[in-house]
Design a protein around this ligand. Structure first.
Ligand code: DX5
Ligand code: ZN
Length: 219
């Protein structure tokens, strides 16, 4: 059986009923929860502080996967680790000292990941790949949920997959943005195994469980 990891992004959850939404997603077989942290500078939107991760930590024992879309990740990494994150990924565009940043995430007991914006080439990863557990290839321009998948990213996923094989890296490939039952198999074929989804889970017309089931059965 094919194993994929489904990570509902709580960006599209109904925060008036967060506890209920999390327990529905968990019961439906979510693997990790994805938290989108946006600072209003690196991306044009302002979202979740560490307080949200603290709250989520009380609602689930599943891994919490924090995606930092911020200009100064080095300052914020300890806040999110202390709040209960299990995995922390940083946008490579924001990290002039990526080795130090990745090592600091691991030293805090979390799994480090690096994220590539649509315009950032796969080759940027070459030196850091052996040090990370996850590469997130953005399939939209980060900032909002509900955007359209960018198909021209697919060859880059394949390039990242090839680079991982040639650098003795153990990193998994995650994709994020416009992931639904149509786009998921395309990313899977290119080498992605971990799928972030906000709209197609939390806004599915038949509910959260139906959204997760549709993603799971797409391959
Ligand atoms: C976009 C975020 C995504 C977003 C995905 O900047 O990083 O995680 O929540 O939303 P959908 O799945 O609706 O494209
Ligand atoms: Zn994200």
């Amino acid at each position: 059986m094919t194993t994929i990891t489904i990570c509902p992004s709580i960006l599209s959850a109904d925060f008036a009923f967060l506890a209920d939404q999390i327990s529905q997603a968990e019961a439906a077989g979510a693997d990790w929860f994805h938290v989108d942290v946006m600072d209003g500078h690196f991306v044009p939107n302002l979202t979740m502080g560490p307080f949200i991760v603290e709250t989520l930590r009380r609602l689930t024992s599943l891994p919490i996967d924090v995606h930092l879309m911020v200009e100064n990740p080095d300052v914020m990494i300890p806040w999110y680790a202390a709040a209960g994150a299990n995995r922390i990924s940083v946008q490579i565009e924001t990290c002039p000292h990526i080795f130090r940043t990745v090592e600091s995430i691991r030293a805090l007991g979390c799994n480090p990941g690096v994220v590539l914006n649509p315009g950032t080439p796969a080759a940027t990863l070459e030196e850091v790949l052996p040090l990370v557990d996850l590469v997130l290839v953005m399939t939209v321009n980060p900032g909002y949920s509900g955007q359209q998948f960018i198909p021209r990213i697919l060859p880059k996923i394949k390039k990242v997959s090839d680079l991982i094989s040639t650098t003795a890296s153990q990193a998994m490939i995650q994709v994020d943005g416009g992931i639904d039952p149509t786009t998921l198999p395309l990313c899977y074929q290119a080498g992605a195994k971990v799928f972030v989804a906000a709209t197609s889970v939390f806004k599915h017309p038949n509910g959260i469980a139906a959204g997760i089931a549709a993603l799971r059965s797409a391959i």
